[in-house]
Design a protein around this ligand. Sequence first.
Ligand code: PHE
Length: 340
Amino acid sequence: MQEEIINTKNEALAQIMEAGSFQELEDLRISYLGRNGKFTTLIKKIKELPSSRKKQAGISINEAKNTLLRALASQKNHLKASARVWFDPTVPGILPQIGHLHLVTQAIEEITRIFTQIGFVRVRYPEAEWDYYAFGGLNMPKEHPARDEWETFFVDVPHHPKFGQMVLTPHTSSGQIREMERTRPPIRMLNIAKCYRRQSDVSHYPMFHQFEGLVIDKNISIAHLKGTLDYFARNFFGPKRVTRLRPFHFQFTEPSFEVDVTCGVCLGKGCKLCKGGWLELGGAGMVHPNVLKAGGVDPKVYSGFAFGWGVERTYMMKSGLSIPDIRLLYSSDLRFLKQF
Ligand code: PHE
């Protein structure tokens, strides 16, 4: 008898837990606890038992009935709760937020793609670099006033016996000598790296990126430089944009130029944004013979050109973008970054 009670209870419990509707629960209640239910039948059997077992059987049946009543109530509550959050499996899910590459990374990828298409090879050189590569080897001897242009961060470590003090690269031109030491002409280098200068305002940030082109071969002329810059301007800024060279001075190029690109709004006519029709991109020039010599290249046999521009600055001049402050790029403000 005891065993029969336990089995009936377990069988009922299993079905109650599985029940998916109020109707099913009601049917289960009737078939186990109702007037003709299984437990009523069990109760009727008590009188057939020897009197010593009757009491225990009565207690067990009552306990089992109480357990089932509690299980019915709890399953009912459970059904009620899940009925409240109605679930429609055909509703499209909520998409997780998907990020994207940072603007500067996007710009670097685009610049790399444009230059590698015409045979430039992207390289990386140290960003904590010796004075010699950043200045000395670039025709800027110690104490030369031209060094003041690069508001340099110096690293407080012992000086190199030959290469001098350690600095954070203030420009990617430090890669020029490194590249000539690494390989021989013909050279078509694209060095994109972080640069550091002690400056901060709407168009300057203490850490920024430059991309530097260096081409060295026989008979390289200013025409090659101009052609390369126009090729870049068309591909990066748009088919109608062209560049112009303005005479300038750098110690490591001769002659030296500042490169301008036609304004994206007026295409060179002159407007409120650009005033004269042109926007300033950055520096360029023909590699100075002393720099070629420092890199072990014979200036009587080879010539070359170089250019070095800010990635952020160049990107901010792209048609259709109006980014008023370079510092926004590094603010990690999602409201800003999500726009791109
Ligand atoms: N390194 C120069 C700068 O940071 C740019 C430059 C590069 C100029 C190569 C000439 C040739 O301003």
